[in-house]
Each structure stands twice: as C-alpha cells, then as structure tokens.
Design a binder for this molecule. Structure first.
Ligand SMILES: NC(=O)C1=CN([C@@H]2O[C@H](COP(=O)(O)OP(=O)(O)OC[C@H]3O[C@@H](n4cnc5c(N)ncnc54)[C@H](O)[C@@H]3O)[C@@H](O)[C@H]2O)[C@@H](O)CC1
Ligand SMILES: [K+]
Length: 528
C-alpha cells in the first residue's frame, strides 16, 4: 500500500473532489463513519451496544475537528452520551467543519468551548468516565508544536482510562515527519483516511498511533494507486507474492548456493546465527568463510553448512580473498560482515568483493564499518544494481559521516538519497525499518517489535536475505521479504513471550513457520 505526505494526500483528495465532483462534505461524512464503525467494532458489544456509553471528543478548528463533530453526531444517534470539547471559538469554524458543528448542535450532545484552566476539573471528570476518547484536534494540517493549553489537555487524555482513537493522525504528531515536539495524543487506534501518512512510520509517530486502520473514504482506487507516489508500506499480499515457489524436482543446487563471510574471535556466534537465518529461509547450500582460529567453533555450531577457513587466528585479513573467490564460483549470493570485527587489512578484500564478485552482495555490520572509513569505495560496484546494505542507524551515521540524530531525524530522505547515490538497496534498520531502492522507492516495514532489540537478530536478518537471494529473489524483493518475515517471526514469538526474552536463534527457527502461515493465508483466498 502507498504511504503519503500531507501534500500528496491533499492532491489526491482535491482530484477526487474536482474530477469526480465528490463533495468534500461527503468525504468528511465517510471519514466520520469509518471512525464510528471502528468504535462499534471495538467497544465490547453487550445487549446495549453503544447505548448510554460515554464518549468525549476533543475538537480543533480545522477539518480534522469537522470529522470529529460528524463522529460526535453519529455517536449521539447511536445512543451514546457524547461530550464535545471545542478548542476554538465557534466563529473560527469554516466550511464543512462549521456545518458539522451546526449539525451537532442540533443533537442532544453536550458542547463546551475550552477557554482555559477553569473547566479543567469538569473535563478531567468527563475524561475519567469516558469509554471512548476521540482525538479530532489536528490532522495533516498541523505543523510544529501543539498550543500549550491543548498540550495540557492532551496530557490528561493520555492518562484517561478509556479507549483513545485518533482521527487521521494522533494530534501532536507531524504528518510528514512523525515529529512530536513536547507531547501528542497516545492513541490505541488511529483511523487514517485515503492512505497512511509518513508520520505514522517516522520519528515518534509509531509510538503514538497504536493500531492503524486505513479507510479509503470513497476516494477512487485509481487515485490511491497514484504512480507518482514512491513510498509504500509492506503488506502480507505484496510480500507473499515474492516467496519463490519450489519445484517438485528442485534440489540443493537449484535452491542456490550462498557464501557467508563472517565471524572473528569471540564472535563465532554471529556467523552461526546468520547461517541459521539463511538455512531457515530455505537456502540450498550454505558455505561459510571464517578465520582459521574459530573455524572449528563455527563448524560445530552449524552442522548443515560447509565451513572454509581463511588465514587468521582472530579475524579475516587480506589473505581471505582467494578463499572467497574460489568458493564464490557458482554462488548465487554473498553476504559479508556479521561478527567480522574491524581488521583494516580486510578492506582490500571488500574492494575485491565489490569489484569482482558476480552475484548479488550484502554488506552488513563490520563490513559496513570498514566501508564507512571511505564510503566512496561503494562506487566500485556502480552500474550493477545488486548490492544490499543493512545498516543500523549507527552504521548508517558512519557511512554518511553524520550523527545518529541526523539519521533518525531524516530516516526516509537519507535512506532514499543514499540508495540512489550508492546504487544499492539500503535496509535502514530501526523500529520501523526502511528498505530504500536505487530507483528512489522506499518501503516501510510494519512488522517486528522491541523484542528484536537483542544481540544476534541482525545477523539472522542478513542470513535470511542471503537465503532469499540464493533462491533467485532479486535484491530489493529479497530485502523486503527478509525484513518482513524477520519482523513477523518476532511478532509470533511476542505472542508467547511478550516483547522480551526471546533470542536470535528462536527468531531464526520461527522464520519457516511465519513464511508458511503467509503462504497458507494466500491459499485460503484462492480456495474461496
Ligand atoms: N481535505 C479533505 O477532503 C478531507 C480532509 N479530512 C480531514 O481534514 C484534515 C485536514 O484538515 P485541515 O487542513 O483543516 O487541517 P487540521 O484539521 O489538521 O487543522 C489545521 C488548522 O490548525 C492550524 N494549525 C496548524 N498547526 C498548528 C499548531 N501547531 N498550533 C495551532 N494551530 C495549528 C492551522 O492553521 C489550521 O487552522 C485531515 O487530517 C482529515 O482529518 C477528512 O475530512 C477527509 C476529507
Ligand atoms: K487527530
């Protein structure tokens, strides 16, 4: 599914309004109804349904507030006890929002204009009693920090016991950056309209939006598939289509040979974990090149792989190149980096790999740190389009010679710019990993959870991408598939363990189960 910034969303809405003559009021009504439906789905539905349940709706002066007022009217009609808190004078409302204010005033719902501190106690009481709190303060029109009076009430919302729904985007989260200045509404659910907004995946946005529900609000599908939009969120259906289909007569040769260059003294585990990631993703043959000093440990740690030692007691050096070159013959993919350590003598090997390896290459971990000493080396592979980089923000900062804060503030822009510059797929890891393509497209990954923040999970990811590449999946798709399933594996484990206490090898072991679940989900639809 495409993901847009505020300007792109406005253009799409304007097209729908002007080309098809769809009145904006209709879009607002559809938006409101999408929120009402979500509330009906989520409020425990006893005999009484929504009847006599309490809703508090915080309304700003823009169209987001207009949506909130339309929701308020519908909830009154559903029998709810509705209190609207207006955070602007009535005369400030314009157009569709003003009309919805008038319509709400024709109902039995309660309306308060919030002017300052004096209603604080009353509002606190209403929030404490509300089954549902609806945030319609600001939508995609907000820039900068929330006004201070509103901030104080947002803090009250964030401690209210009821279920909090944000309309379009949590108020206080900037639509294009996900930036939160001081505070923002912490929603359990965000119902967003047309297409999801960048801010739901960037900055602090993911911490505030809760579960995201997307409703097309009757904007024509063709506009939502706008070619000019180059940011996407990965979804089950897209990713499932990438999974290669196994042939009945397939064998380890056809399932692809992959080379993993990994490990150093004290970090043999990284080679083992990356190897598990590759094997659990279905690689045909895995060959690990590792320093002589730890080859025995790696060999013992991963029985299914063949292990080739290169000179070096602690870490690989320039003498590793002939070993790699020999093994890489007929390989379908090569990954270098997990647990490698930063032996400066290995830089020349990385140069050789970039220049001379004919299959797709993944650079990870210490390979990235070594390349970070002179990232212009990446130009050695220009024109090939088969390079994948998997940096976390620290490695990306070294590669880009900037601070981690710079990376985190501009994740999307930097990932895309560097993917284009380096002609590489850039997998910028984080709570929402971004996969950027050399053609300028970017994909947000919605799977995964903080349980992945433990040693070795990055190695498993690199191994998994290697596994998919070896099976013939093209680089961009292999990166998307690897990242998505890796997150899914963690989500499956979180079902059992919560967000901590599962290990990287468990993530690897879970990979085929989540891949299978995804395949079966696809079959269900086909069998009807
Ligand atoms: N355009 C359309 O056709 C539709 C828009 N919809 C809704 O409309 C929203 C966008 O509406 P608007 O463009 O009116 O924008 P908002 O409702 O987000 O509010 C913008 C208002 O807030 C002010 N503002 C911005 N930043 C501020 C700050 N930091 N402090 C104080 N005031 C600030 C602006 O000057 C403007 O008056 C969407 O998010 C969505 O909820 C929906 O009704 C669906 C259809
Ligand atoms: K909102």
């Amino acid at each position: 599914m495409r993901v847009v910034n505020a300007e792109q969303m406005r253009q799409i809405e304007e097209k729908a309004i002007y080309h098809y003559g769809i009145p904006s009021l209709l879009l607002m009504e559809n938006a409101a109804w999408a929120v009402v439906e979500e509330i009906r789905r989520n409020i425990p539905n006893g005999k009484e349904g929504l009847n006599r349940r309490k809703a508090v709706i915080l309304v700003g002066k823009g169209n987001n507030g207009g949506d909130g007022l339309a929701v308020a009217r519908h909830l009154v009609f559903q029998g709810m006890d509705v209190t609207v808190l207006l955070f602007a004078a009535q005369k400030e409302f314009r157009g569709d929002a003003a009309l919805n204010l008038r319509l709400f005033q024709g109902t039995t719902g309660k309306l308060f204009v919030v002017e300052g501190e004096k209603q604080r106690r009353l509002i606190r009481l209403a929030l404490a009693q509300a089954d549902v709190v609806i945030d319609a303060l600001f939508g995609i029109g907000m820039r900068g920090a929330l006004p201070s009076l509103i901030e104080e009430y947002v803090d009250e919302v964030n401690v209210a016991p009821g279920w909090v729904v944000s309309i379009d985007i949590p108020s206080g989260v900037e639509a294009n950056t996900g930036k939160v200045y001081r505070t923002a509404v912490r929603a359990q659910t965000t119902v967003t309209f047309g297409l999801p907004k960048w801010g739901l995946f960037l900055g602090e946005g993911p911490e505030y939006c809760g579960r995201v529900v997307v409703d097309p609000i009757s904007i024509p599908e063709s506009y939502l598939m706008e070619e000019g939009i180059s940011t996407f969120v990965l979804m089950d259906a897209d990713v499932r289509d990438i999974i290669p289909i196994r042939q009945l007569k397939g064998h380890k040769g056809t399932h692809g040979k992959g080379i993993l260059v990994a490990g150093s003294k004290g970090m043999s585990g990284a080679a083992v974990l990356a190897g598990q990631g590759a094997l659990r993703s279905g690689i045909g043959l895995l060959q690990i090149v590792t320093p002589l000093g730890i080859a025995g440990e790696v060999d013992a740690g991963i029985t299914e792989a063949t292990v080739w030692s290169a000179p070096g007691a602690d870490s690989l050096n320039e003498e590793a190149w002939p070993v790699i070159l020999k093994q890489a013959e007929k390989a379908k993919a090569l990954a270098v980096g997990p647990g490698l350590s930063q032996n400066i003598d290995f830089v020349s090997v990385l140069e050789e790999i970039l220049k001379n390896i004919s299959c797709p290459v993944i650079l990870d971990a210490d390979a990235l740190n070594l390349i970070g000493l002179d990232s212009s080396l990446l130009a050695l592979r220009s024109g090939r389009g088969d390079l994948i980089l998997t940096p976390h923000p620290g490695e990306m900062a070294r590669l880009c010679q900037c601070s981690i804060e710079d990376i985190e503030r501009n994740r999307l822009e930097i990932a895309v710019a560097k993917a284009v510059e380096w002609e590489a797929v850039v997998v910028l890891k984080g709570s929402v990993t971004i996969i950027a393509s050399p053609d300028g497209r970017a994909f947000f990954n919605p799977t995964g959870n903080p349980g992945l923040g433990t040693g070795g999970t990055g190695d498993v990811l690199t191994g998994s991408i290697l596994g998919w590449l070896a099976q013939g999946v093209p680089p961009l798709e292999a990166a998307c598939l690897g990242v998505y399933l890796h997150g899914k594996a963690a989500d499956a484990l979180a079902g059992e363990f919560g967000w901590s206490g599962f290990t990287a090898s468990e993530v690897a072991n879970q990979l085929p189960k989540v891949r299978r679940a995804l395949e079966l989900k696809g079959l269900e639809g086909k069998r009807g």
